[in-house]
Design a protein around this ligand. Structure first.
Ligand SMILES: Nc1ncnc2c1ncn2[C@@H]1O[C@H](COP(=O)(O)OP(=O)(O)O)[C@@H](O)[C@H]1O
Ligand SMILES: [Mg+2]
Length: 297
């Protein structure tokens, strides 16, 4: 090939057709060239003159790899289209069913699980599949608001109602009217704020600080926590009545170490995402790398 060697041709083809498996056959084969070819994304590397059986086996492997990759891509895209998240473990399948079941209702939902398991994604999937999908989705991180600002953040304030209230400010409940309010880290909400929240959930009316009258709002509540709320209740740190108000429909997300079947899909999903984001050629993860992730506790 004029002006080209096999390796640069390989990377040209990979750029254009990243999914096509390429088998390199070379006369001048050294280990270094073979390694380079694999690094550039070749599926396999054969020496010129390798016997027919070897070639057939390699071809068969390449084809099944390609088919498997295609099926995996379809699976990932199907999950992402529907839920913006991936997972094929029985735990995740149950969660997808729960999302489908509860999303079209107006039920409150409590999502529990360790940090990073995807609680926020689940809340958003519920929103997307709900009748409120075109309405606002407002998130409050209950762990991040200073205690003195909670009431104003939730319910808003009128200009001049306290020092520093220089103009009218709508609260998150008002912003979420007609849509959803995602109360993240609800286990961190101080008791006093819990009482105020409970009142609103009971009456569906908010009391903006400094306002003369209460206001009706129509907000669907999804709450999430990495805490054991029942334990907090027994310790007197979380109101039992509020717990029951929020815990109408419960989705628990087990940690990844208890659903290792989801790891290959997640890894593939992220490889694709970052390969695209950084314009990189990444054909996959090594079996050893994947095993390290699967065995990690
Ligand atoms: N099943 C999943 N599929 C794809 N991405 C996921 C999945 N679970 C978690 N993530 C990603 O992990 C990160 C943490 O998810 P998040 O919903 O914020 O978790 P949590 O709210 O439980 O702390 C996010 O970047 C999210 O996109
Ligand atoms: Mg979170």
């Amino acid at each position: 090939m004029p002006g080209q060697n096999g390796i640069s041709l390989l990377s040209e083809i990979k750029k254009e057709f990243p999914a096509i498996p390429i088998i390199m056959i070379s006369g001048r084969s050294t280990l270094a060239i073979a390694v380079k070819a694999i690094k550039e994304g070749a599926f396999d590397f054969l020496e010129k003159g390798a016997d027919l059986d070897r070639l057939l086996i390699t071809l068969n492997n390449a084809i099944s790899h390609y088919n498997w990759q295609k099926e995996r891509d379809m699976l990932i895209n199907e999950f992402l289209d529907q839920y913006q998240m991936v997972g094929q473990s029985s735990a995740m399948r149950k969660i997808f069913n729960q999302i489908d079941f509860v999303a079209p209702t107006n039920s409150k939902v409590l999502i529990t699980g360790e940090t990073g398991v995807g609680k926020e994604l689940i809340a958003r999937a519920i929103q997307i599949k709900s009748k409120r999908s075109t309405k606002p989705f407002i998130r409050i991180n209950c762990a991040a608001i200073p205690e003195t600002l909670i009431e104003s953040t939730f319910f808003g304030h009128k200009k001049g109602s306290f020092t520093g209230a220089i103009k009218d400010q709508a609260g998150k409940f008002e912003l979420a009217d007609g849509g959803m309010l995602f109360l993240d880290e609800i286990g961190e909400l101080p008791l006093q704020a819990q009482a105020k929240l409970l009142n609103v959930l009971q009456d569906g009316e908010i009391e903006t600080i400094g306002a003369v009258a209460t206001k009706k709002v129509d907000v669907r509540i999804i709450a999430a926590t990495n805490k054991d709320l029942k334990k907090l209740v027994s310790e007197g740190k979380f109101r039992e009545d509020l717990f029951h108000r929020l815990n109408v429909f419960h989705i628990h997300v087990p940690p990844l170490r208890e659903r290792a079947e989801d790891i290959p899909l997640l890894v593939d999903n992220y490889l694709k995402y970052y390969a695209n984001e950084y314009n990189k050629q990444i054909s996959g993860i090594s079996a050893r790398g994947l095993n390290l992730l699967i065995e990690y506790d």
